[in-house]
Design a protein around this ligand. Structure first.
Ligand code: SF4
Length: 242
């Protein structure tokens, strides 16, 4: 989809609540074109709950790198059962995955490790879809703060319905619905990924400690849609917030 259309969608969806953005998405795209991924990390429960409330039939893809904390897998099981989620696991190639274990690639070449265990297996699934729903939030990293509700990612449309939520709004949503929290949060982990690349810390400070890396690579090919792309488009049919 060309940049002008994506920018138009950004304009139409900006006034909507995240929940309304989710329901409206399916007016523009066929359900078979939509992929939703969750890491079952520190803030994942917000979007998982919103999807359950507004699009319960949407399947959830979970990327199992084989390096997750046991607490993450237990949390995934608990939330999936509580919300009645249909979760499909994605795995890396077992031979290549074993090589990263044998070589402890995550220590000296985390980019290669993420390529083998995250990017390649995810790419194999992405080809089947047009739209990718993710729970990225702008305040999480500087990179994410530049993303829109709709962006382009290697020919796919990235849909980030929570992107403009504040930290307080996320906390308020969790409190309002009394949502279950990842067990490691209470132990000081504020961003939770693979166990070899996650330590305690505020925000994403605990990810890839001692390395410049701040993103696993799944989202870095995302291109924010330039505002100038639709300067001359007449937005005559705004979607109204309910
Ligand atoms: S986050 Fe760490 S362990 Fe997980 S795939 Fe990337 S480098 Fe490997």
């Amino acid at each position: 989809m060309e940049a002008k259309r994506l920018h138009l969608l950004n304009e139409l969806f900006a006034p909507l609540s995240p929940a309304k953005r989710i329901t409206t998405l399916y007016q523009y795209f066929d359900p078979s074109e939509v992929m939703f991924t969750s890491s079952f990390g520190a803030t994942s429960v917000v979007l998982l709950h919103m999807m359950r409330q507004n699009r319960p039939s949407q399947k959830v893809h979970f990327l199992d790198t084989t390096y997750h904390f046991a607490e993450t897998l237990a949390y995934k099981k608990m939330v999936s059962e509580q919300f009645g989620l249909q979760v499909e696991d994605i795995y890396p190639d077992p031979t290549q995955n074993q090589l990263t274990k044998d070589e402890e690639t995550y220590k000296d070449d985390p980019n290669l490790c993420c390529m083998v265990n995250k990017i390649v297996p995810m790419d194999a699934v992405k080809v089947n879809y047009k739209v990718w729903i993710s729970g990225l939030i702008g305040y999480q990293t500087h990179f994410r703060s530049g993303m829109g509700i709709f962006d382009e990612n290697q020919g796919m449309i990235k849909f980030n319905p929570l992107i403009d939520l504040t930290h307080d709004q996320v906390k308020a949503y969790v409190k309002k619905f009394d949502l279950p929290q990842h067990p490691l949060k209470a132990r000081g982990y504020h961003s939770i990924g693979c166990k070899h690349c996650t330590i305690k810390g505020e925000g994403r400070n605990g990810r890839w400690q001692g390395n410049d890396k701040t993103e696993c690579g799944l989202h870095v090919d995302t291109k924010p849609i330039a505002k100038s792309a639709t300067d001359n488009i007449d937005l005559s049919s705004k979607v109204n917030q309910s």
